[in-house]
Design a protein around this ligand. Structure first.
Ligand code: FO1
Length: 319
């Protein structure tokens, strides 16, 4: 633990890409120094269960239970439920592993008993030994809808069922105007002892925008005393993981870290680009933010820790 106990950081995360940096941050910051808010726009009901993919990806990663190859779900998973469901002619396009299923059943049960998603997430995290507060972006329902050339698709139907194949034309976050941001998240943004907000290298359109689009969040980030630092999910014109680059191309946005910085303009103070994009630094600085160049690909745990540590130092120097 390199850091003094008075430093507090808030990570804004989607699923797989965000969880990698969250893990790095957790290796540099003690309990009480790091909180995480995760996207729930990907949440949906499936087989009557409430599935929260991004919360679970972060939770399993912090509990060291995640499948590192697949990027989602649990390691050492078995698939008997799915095989049995297939035999019965049920829907198997969204793969729920046997052990993962327990999470969705327990979450759904607790929600049905009247607990909020924040309370349920806290309970699940406690049971799995996760030491850091992990908050859903809201306890209210927000559902990402992907507009495509083939019509509007609920997020998981676009992402998993259709494998991101239809060309996107835009996004909608159903329910967002009436949704209240998670209260601890907003209190953290307003807190005077916050040292930095870190927007993880998650998909800007479908993982980060649902969080930023909640009523009052952009304003709270602008007013936040701590530096707001985003890490580019686009490296050398490609997305590290997932459909971000494909979406940008389809939306007519150049597939560059500069375009991501433009997307976050007015909200962030500092943008972290990969070494391979160092040449973009001057153009990004013209947007009114500082630029840091680092190795951002995070293949190994050591690389996740190194990026996390660089961001923590950056926040210190930006204060
Ligand atoms: N992603 C897939 O690509 N295929 C799946 O079958 C799948 C199942 C799944 C089950 C539980 C869960 O928590 C996540 C799951 N994911 C799956 C990942 C997930 O849907 C996406 O990665 C996120 O929504 C995007 O962040």
């Amino acid at each position: 633990m390199a850091s003094a106990a008075n430093k507090k950081f808030l990570a804004i995360s989607g699923g797989v890409g965000g969880a990698k940096l969250v893990l790095g941050l957790s290796r540099c910051l003690a309990t009480g120094q790091l909180s995480i808010v995760a996207n729930t726009g990907d949440d949906f009901r499936h087989h009557g269960l409430h599935i929260s993919p991004d919360l679970d990806t972060v939770m399993y990663t912090l509990a060291a239970l995640n499948d590192t190859e697949r990027g989602w779900g649990l390691a050492s998973e078995s698939w008997n439920f799915l095989a049995a469901l297939e035999t019965l002619g049920g829907e198997t396009w969204f793969r729920l592993g046997d052990r993962d299923l327990a999470t969705h059943i327990q979450r759904s049960q607790l929600l049905a008993e009247g607990h909020t998603l924040s309370q349920v997430t806290r309970r699940l995290c406690q049971q799995l030994g996760v030491q850091y507060p992990l908050w859903p972006m809201s306890d209210d329902e927000v559902s990402t809808v992907v507009h495509t050339g083939e019509g509007a698709l609920p997020f998981q139907h676009y992402f998993v069922r259709r494998q991101c194949e239809p060309a996107v034309t835009g996004f909608e976050f159903a329910g967002i105007d009436a949704a209240r941001p998670q209260p601890d998240f907003m209190a953290q943004l307003a807190s005077s002892d916050l040292s930095g907000v870190i927007i993880c290298p998650s998909n800007p359109f479908v993982s980060v925008d649902p969080i930023l689009g909640l009523p009052g969040v952009r304003q709270a980030l602008r007013e936040c005393k701590a530096p707001v630092i985003a890490v580019s999910p686009i490296v050398a014109g490609m997305a590290i993981k997932g459909p971000a680059a494909k979406m940008m191309a389809e939306l007519g946005v150049p597939v560059t870290a500069l375009a991501v910085a433009q997307h976050y303009q007015g909200v962030i103070d500092c943008f972290v680009v990969d070494e391979s994009d160092a040449k973009l630094a001057a153009s990004i600085e013209q947007l009114g933010m500082t630029v840091a160049v680092s190795s951002t690909i995070m293949k190994t745990l050591a690389e996740r820790e190194a990026l996390a540590s660089a961001i923590i130092e950056l926040a210190e120097s930006a204060r």
